[in-house]
Structure formats: structure tokens, C-alpha cells
Design a protein around this ligand. Structure first.
Ligand code: ADP
Ligand code: MG
Length: 724
């Protein structure tokens, strides 16, 4: 049977999709914001004063939690959750695979009288014991001790997860082995927060500032694609790998689409409003939404929060986007490169430092050359990025992100920092005789009195930089759209703590003798001289930059296989151990898990590519070939030479041969794999498998251009990207 019916049915289903009873009548943000989360304020209102005071000490000063406090908190949480209709609770945690995990327990325990009572004690709140054997431990869990423990993180608010048939309370937790080694993303994140806090407070003290706490703040811009579910489920590659493994580019690619801030299609807008409403209810402060560069690509960004909460909220945001999209017959695709030849998706992680009083330590003010405290922290970040380029690169390494970094799009795999003209000029002055002035941005007049003059930013935007200073924060743009932001933040927090530590140590040497100002001038000039090679304000996509970066000795770790092994370099183990963020075993286990994940991803991709090529594309081409040969043969019988059909016959037949050859090669090359460790396998897959997978894809994509459309079994790019 020709595939016309099936493909056109899919199209019709997508086109005829109608909103069901999803309509939201009205949305009063102030009324719904945070209604599904028990914020710290909400918790305070429900706790006796004394208990709250002690809990606050745990949250703000890291004081150990007392079990009687935990019991009171547990009661308050349970009452709140049950009032809201919850029946179960779960310790919600982030295993190293990048997703989230949960195990549910009921609040309700049947009692002797045939009824039931709701039970949830401090012990249940503080500690849980999920079946840890199903989560990767990278060798951290000896087989005789399969247990893992979850531990409540009092700094991140609990929240409710709703389903039409029930509700449960989710408690953000850390996840560790019996030996106390971290099996998750949250633990090192919390440890890095402490390391950074300690060093930043030490620095502020030198500046005569008396802050109680310094945290890093994070706001993420999340990019994603939306396609109709009908298409998604007709594509085995989407189902197994979240991306298209075959598929020819649409005729004119992304230029054809409405632009960046073009109006948002109705169904998509309905989805966004609904998803945002869910996020508001969870207390996640979503702020912006817009179209992105590629067709069917969008972006959502919340207002920044402290990094630990931002990381939890980021996971919740990804889950919510995926879940709500389905209500609208859409699939939300978070993969870094779902469509070949189109812009991929990233996640810009905006990062800054804030005191407990809300002062942004990376705010330069109007005259940064006079703002030594800003220059100190700014200098520390540049020093950190220069010294630990490798770690930043490791923190974003994945099979999926390899399609962006080092390929010809998005930020390059070379880490560099964009800092804008004004700050570059300040560094220049500092290294050439001292600070005199700050170049000013001025005002942008729009030439009509009805429109206000707009303040010009002191530096233009540069979209090609993997790490950019954008006014009062740094923006780590090379992060992948589907990944957890935790490890990138762990790295940022830790390397900046390290740089502040080094700068403080230098300052402390001369501060008594020479005073703060003179010591600072010396230390900052030294650090800028040392790390200025990381600064690059130009076009990160250009070949010139590749050459220039090489001259400067910057790392260019193109692929995951290049990047991952750096994690265990002596320098990095020492760094993480020095600040008690990760120990050597925890580092090794991460390396192992991430390498395994890379290999698993590729194994699935290879198998799926092969299956699609063999069982869907090959048969389609054969059928078309048969039809063409009949035309040619019949023509000959009645004496008509159909040269068009003959040449098409030749083209398709060659295409089919090439596909056959590529498939043979893929099978053969798989037989030659011999690496034993997961880490060795990453390089083997990169060098041997990926090139042949690309050959198979090219052969398939060639056939897609020639095989009769009604024989083609897969939804094509044009349909998936332009039907909304
Ligand atoms: P852009 O200039 O990149 O378009 P926005 O000003 O809209 O960005 O902010 C992008 C993200 O950066 C938002 O999530 C925003 O909350 C976040 N952000 C702004 N200031 C800070 C800060 N001090 N620390 C961390 N994130 C911040
Ligand atoms: Mg941005």
C-alpha cells in the first residue's frame, strides 16, 4: 500500500487538531503564583517561632538539623499537602543521568480500627531509601551494598505534582551512597555553594564589607522545538533518540520562517500560556517567551534565582514543558540538535554573584574603572575561565551537544569570554599605566520626540561567544538545551571560588604594608595580564578565531571524547578536593557514567538508523524501483523509449546501491569495535561509528529526494517544521 494515505492522514490530523476542554478562562498571576509550592515564607507561617528560627539557621548558616525540628516541619508540610489534596509524597532527586527520579509513599497508613491515619514524620522527611540499584553509580556502590539514601534539601521548597487523578508532594532531596558519596547532581552543587560563599565573604571582608552570605544567582534561557505529536510518533528516531537520524533539509531552511520575534502561532501560544500557568503555580517566575531562529523553535526564560533553586526549577521547567505540550497535541523537543541543517537548541545559563542583601557583585555601575570591587570579582571570573577552560568544556559535554559545539554552529568548542569594548579598554588601561576613564555607551536617539532616548549598552551583543559578560552577569551559552544545569554551575561556582581564593591570598600578602588600593592594583594587573588571552570579542565562528585561539594556546576540545578525560586531570581532582566539592572517587564515577551515557546514546542511534534504513527506506526505494522498471520495460515492449524514467531508474538504483553499501559498512565497522572501557569507547564511536552513520544518513537523504513522495514512509522536515 502506498504511504500516501498514512502520511496524508498524519498531516490532516495535525492540521485538524482542535483545542479540547483545555481553555484557561482567566489567569491572575498574583492569585496563582506559588500555590503549588510551600515557600519558605509559607513554611514560616505554619511553624512555631522557635522551630522556624532553628530551621532558618540550618538554611542560612548550614547548622545541623535537629530531629524535633524536622518532626514539626514534617507535620506542617503534610498538613499543607493534604489540604491541597495530596495523598502521597516522594523524595525527588536528580541522578547523574540528568533526569529526575522519585519513589512514592502514601501519607496514609491503615490502622487497626479499619480506618487510616496520615503519617509523615521528621525521619520520613529527612531521609528516604529508594531502590538505588536502578540508578548509575559509576562504581561508587559496591555490589554488596546496593543502598542509596535521599536526604532532604531544606533550601529548596517542596512542591505539588498534580495529575487529573491525584496529587503528590515532592520533596527536593540529595542522593548519596551508603558511604556518603554523592550519586547525584544536587550534593556537589550545595557543596560548591558553600565553597563560593566562604571565599566571596573573605574577599568582601578585605573590602570592608560585612555581608552574611554570598550566593550565585542563575537564570536560564531554555530553547526548544515543538512539533505535532502525529509526526513524532511516526518517526522511530524521534521516539528512541529525540532527534531525526535521517531526513533531508527543507528547500530553503530557516530563512523561510517568520523571524525571531515574529508573532507566535495560536496553538503554540495556547501551549505556552498553559505551561507558564503551571510554572507560576509552582512558584517558578517565568518572564519571557519568544520565537527562536529556526522554524518551530522557541525560547522561555524565568527571572533568576539562587542557583540551587534555579537548578531544581530548571528540571521542573523541562518536565512541565514536555507534559503540557502533549495536552496540545504537541511534542516538546529539548534535544540539542533535532534537525540536521537547522539551528540547534541551547540553554543560556546566566550567572552572577549576589550578597544576602541582594547586591550584585558583578554590577559595574556607570564607571567601572573606579569600581575596584567589581573589577576584583570580574577579574576572578576571567581568571577562573582561563585557568579552567577544560572543566567548563567537560561540564557541557554530551553526544547531543557535540552536534553544536565544534560543528559549524552555536558557540565553538573553544572556551573564550566576550567582555565588550568598555571592559576590554579598562583591562588595556590597567596594563598600560593605570586606570583613567570608562568609555561610555551614551544614548540612542530615535529621532522623534515621542519616543524616549534609549540608553546604549556599553558593549554590543555578541552571539557567538560561549561565555559572555552581558552587563551585570556572565552568560554561559554553550550549555546544552536538554542537560541538567547543575554541573555547569558546580564548575562555575568552584572555579570562581578557586580564583577568589588565589586573589585573596595574593592581596593578603601586601595589604597591611601597602593598603588595599595599591595591593589591588598590583594583583588585578597581574591577573588580567595572565588571563587576558581568554578574552575574545570577535566572531567565534570564523576560521581566523580557530587559528588565533591556537596561537594563544587555548584548548579546542571538539568532542565529548576529547573533553571528558580532562575531568580526571590532576589539577581538577586537586581543585574539587580542595574545596570539598567532589572527591576522586566521585569524579571517577561521574566520568564513567557520562562516558557510558555517550555510548548508550550512540548505540541506540546506530540501531535506530539501521532499522529505519533497512526496514523503512530500503523497501520504499525498492517499490519505486520496481515501478520505474515496469515503465521502462513496458515502454520498450510497445516501442516507446522513456528516457526520463530510465534516468530516474538509474538514479534511484544507484542511490539504493549506496544505501546497501553504507549499511554493510555500518555492520562491519561495528564488528571491529574493541575498546573495553566506556571512556575508550567514546573515542571509538566518534572515529569509527559516527562517520559511517553519516554515510547511511546521506544515502537515505539522497533517496528522499528521488523516491516518489507517496512511497516515503517518514514525515519529512517540511511537514514537521511548518505545520503548526
Ligand atoms: P538577555 O539580555 O540575554 O536577553 P535578559 O535580561 O532577559 O537577557 O535575562 C536573561 C536571563 O538572565 C534571565 O533569566 C534573567 O533573569 C537572568 N539574569 C538577569 N540578571 C541576572 C543575575 N544578576 N544573575 C543571574 N541571572 C540573571
Ligand atoms: Mg541571553
Amino acid at each position: 500500500m502506498p504511504h500516501t494515505t498514512q502520511r496524508y492522514d498524519t498531516l490532516a490530523a495535525a492540521r485538524n487538531w482542535k483545542p479540547g476542554a483545555n481553555g484557561i478562562k482567566h489567569m491572575k498571576i498574583t492569585e496563582i503564583f506559588g500555590e503549588n509550592t510551600l515557600s519558605l515564607d509559607g513554611l514560616r507561617d505554619r511553624l512555631p517561632k522557635e522551630v522556624w528560627k532553628q530551621l532558618e539557621k540550618t538554611i542560612t548558616e548550614g547548622q545541623e538539623l535537629n530531629i524535633s525540628v524536622a518532626d514539626s516541619v514534617a507535620v506542617a508540610m503534610k498538613d499543607w499537602a493534604i489540604e491541597k489534596g495530596a495523598t502521597h509524597y516522594t523524595h525527588w532527586f536528580q541522578p547523574l543521568t540528568g533526569a529526575t527520579a522519585e519513589k512514592h509513599d502514601s501519607f496514609i497508613t491503615p490502622n487497626k480500627g479499619g480506618g487510616a491515619v496520615a503519617e509523615f514524620s521528621g525521619k520520613d522527611l529527612i531521609q528516604g531509601e529508594p531502590d538505588a540499584s536502578s540508578f548509575p553509580s559509576g562504581g561508587l556502590r559496591p555490589t554488596f551494598e546496593a543502598r542509596g539514601y535521599t536526604a532532604w534539601d531544606p533550601t529548596s521548597p517542596v512542591f505539588l505534582v498534580e495529575n487529573q487523578n491525584g496529587t503528590y508532594l515532592a520533596i527536593p532531596t540529595a542522593f548519596a551512597s551508603y558511604m556518603g558519596e554523592s550519586l547525584d547532581h544536587k550534593t556537589p552543587l550545595l557543596r560548591s555553594v558553600e565553597a563560593l560563599n566562604k571565599q566571596a565573604l573573605r574577599a568582601l571582608k578585605l573590602f570592608g564589607k560585612d555581608a552574611r552570605r554570598v550566593v550565585s544567582t542563575v537564570g536560564c534561557e531554555q530553547e526548544y522545538f515543538l512539533i505535532d505529536q502525529e509526526f513524532f510518533y511516526r518517526r522511530p528516531d524521534f521516539m528512541t533518540s529525540n532527534r531525526t537520524l535521517v531526513g533531508a533539509k527543507p528547500p530553503r531552511g530557516q530563512e523561510m520562517d517568520d523571524h525571531y520575534f515574529g508573532s507566535i502561532p495560536q496553538r503554540v501560544l495556547s501551549f505556552m500560556l498553559d505551561a507558564e500557568r503551571e510554572l507560576y503555580r509552582l512558584g517558578i517566575p517565568v518572564k519571557t517567551r519568544h520565537n527562536e531562529v529556526a522554524p518551530s523553535q522557541y525560547e522561555i526564560a524565568p527571572i533568576f534565582e539562587t542557583c540551587n533553586i534555579a537548578a531544581d526549577h530548571q528540571q521542573l521547567m523541562m518536565i512541565t514543558l514536555k507534559r503540557v505540550a502533549r495536552k496540545y497535541g504537541l511534542e516538546c523537543i529539548l534535544h540539542e540538535k533535532p534537525f540536521d541543517g537547522l539551528n540547534g537548541s541551547g540553554k543560556h545559563v546566566n550567572w552572577s554573584l549576589s550578597t544576602n542583601a541582594g547586591a550584585n557583585l558583578l554590577e559595574p555601575g556607570d564607571s567601572p574603572h573606579q569600581n575596584m570591587q567589581f573589577l576584583f570579582f570580574f577579574g576572578a571570573v576571567l581568571r577562573a575561565v582561563y585557568k579552567h577552560q577544560d572543566l567548563l568544556r567537560v561540564s557541557i559535554a554530551s553526544a547531543a551537544n557535540d552536534h553544536r559545539l565544534g560543528a559549524n554552529e552555536a558557540p565553538p568548542a573553544i572556551m573564550s569570554a566576550y567582555i565588550g569594548e568598555q571592559l576590554e579598554d579598562i583591562i588595556h588601561q590597567m596594563l598600560n599605566g593605570g586606570l583613567k576613564k570608562s568609555k561610555q555607551g551614551g544614548l540612542l536617539g530615535l529621532g522623534t520626540p515621542v519616543l524616549p532616548d534609549l540608553p546604549l549598552h556599553a558593549g554590543d551583543r555578541n552571539r557567538t561567544s560561549p561565555f559572555a559578560f552581558t552587563g551585570n552577569k556572565f552568560e554561559f551559552r554553550a550549555v546544552g538545551s536538554s542537560q541538567s544545569i547543575s554541573f555547569p554551575i558546580v564548575v562555575l561556582n568552584t572555579i570562581v571560588a578557586d580564583a577568589i581564593d588565589e586573589l585573596c591570598t595574593e592581596l593578603e600578602k601586601t595589604i597591611e604594608k601597602d593598603g588595599l588600593e595599591a595591593s589591588l592594583s598590583r594583583v588585578l594587573a597581574e591577573t588580567f595580564a595572565k588571563s587576558k588571552d581568554i578574552v575574545f570579542n570577535g566572531d567565534g565562528y570564523s576560521d581566523d578565531w580557530q587559528k588565533e585561539a591556537k596561537k594563544r594556546g587555548l584548548l579546542n576540545l571538539r568532542t565529548t571524547a576529547d573533553a571528558l578525560p580532562k575531568l580526571r586531570d590532576k589539577k581538577n581532582i586537586e581543585l574539587f578536593e580542595k574545596f570539598s566539592v567532589l572527591n576522586e572517587r566521585e569524579i571517577e564515577s561521574r566520568l564513567e557514567i557520562w562516558a557510558e551515557q555517550y555510548v548508550t546514546t550512540l548505540t541506540i542511534e546506530v540501531d535506530t538508523t539501521e532499522a529505519i534504513a533497512k526496514t523503512m527506506v530500503y523497501p520504499a526505494a525498492v517499490r519505486y524501483l520496481e515501478e520505474l522498471s515496469n515503465v521502462v520495460k513496458n515502454g520498450k515492449e510497445i516501442g516507446i523509449k522513456s528516457s526520463g524514467a530510465e534516468s530516474m531508474l538509474k538514479t534511484v538504483s544507484e542511490g539504493l546501491d549506496n544505501l546497501g553499501k553504507a549499511l554493510d559498512k555500518l555492520r562491519k565497522v561495528q564488528e571491529t569495535l574493541k575498546a573495553e572501557t566506556a571512556l575508550e569507547q567514546t573515542a571509538e564511536y566518534r572515529d569509527k561509528i559516527i562517520p559511517v552513520m553519516t554515510e547511511v544518513r546521506d544515502a537515505v537523504d539522497f533517496l528522499e529526494r528521488y523516491v516518489a513522495d507517496d512511497y516515503w514512509p517518514l514525515p519529512i522536515y517540511r511537514e514537521m517544521l511548518f505545520v503548526k
